[in-house]
Design a protein around this ligand. Structure first.
Ligand code: SF4
Ligand code: SF4
Length: 183
């Protein structure tokens, strides 16, 4: 099945939630990508310890980070939804989360270029290179942070601290924002 042409997409003023299951299937024919990843908005790092934390995260398999204009940072996780059936359908379609219902496949990257994305870090080395090039002052502070902390012990407690920082939303902010995956 093929999707609607661009004119149909542009003229369709309905909310995403009003699309039928068949229309969703047509728009997404052959693709299940956004059911296979999770993106979580994170605080934009500024301090050396924050960069160090995200460099640590990027040393892990299946974790990536990307930036969108003007400066929104997202943790990108390659993790397939357990409700995605082998035929590409959703096993809980009628009861799927609101996040899924409100995701609009008419605006996904298969139809609109990801022009808002300014950088994508697949590895810690990618982030380090970007820092050196785009934020040399921050890179310098990170190098100094590493130098001054190189004798520090207690890696276990440092890891625990980083995990708490990742897991706990700040009291004055709404809970961590999630989005259906990119790419
Ligand atoms: S919304 Fe886009 S990325 Fe997601 S399944 Fe449909 S076509 Fe694929
Ligand atoms: S619940 Fe269904 S629509 Fe939502 S991510 Fe999982 S498979 Fe996709």
């Amino acid at each position: 099945m093929s999707g609607p042409d661009d004119t149909t997409v542009l003229e369709d003023g309905r909310d995403a939630i009003d699309l039928t299951a068949d229309e969703n299937a047509d728009l997404c024919a052959g693709c299940t990508r956004c059911c296979e990843t999770v993106s979580i908005e994170i605080d934009a790092p500024r301090s050396p310890w924050e960069y160090d934390q995200w460099i640590w995260v990027l040393h892990h398999r299946n974790l990536e980070i990307y930036l969108e204009k003007p400066e929104a940072w997202y943790l990108h996780i390659e993790a397939k939804c357990e409700q995605l059936k082998p035929n590409g359908h959703c096993a809980v379609y009628e009861e799927r989360p609101v996040l899924c219902r409100e995701y609009d496949p008419r605006g996904c990257e298969r139809r609109a270029p990801l022009s808002d994305i300014t950088a994508w870090f697949k590895t810690a080395a990618d982030l380090e290179r970007w820092l050196q090039e785009k934020r040399p002052a921050h890179w310098k502070r990170l190098v100094e942070h590493r130098r001054t902390r190189s004798g520090a012990t207690g890696g276990g407690s440092a890891l625990a601290h980083a995990l708490v920082q990742l897991a706990e939303p700040k009291a004055h902010e709404p809970a961590t924002r999630l989005r259906r995956g990119k790419r």
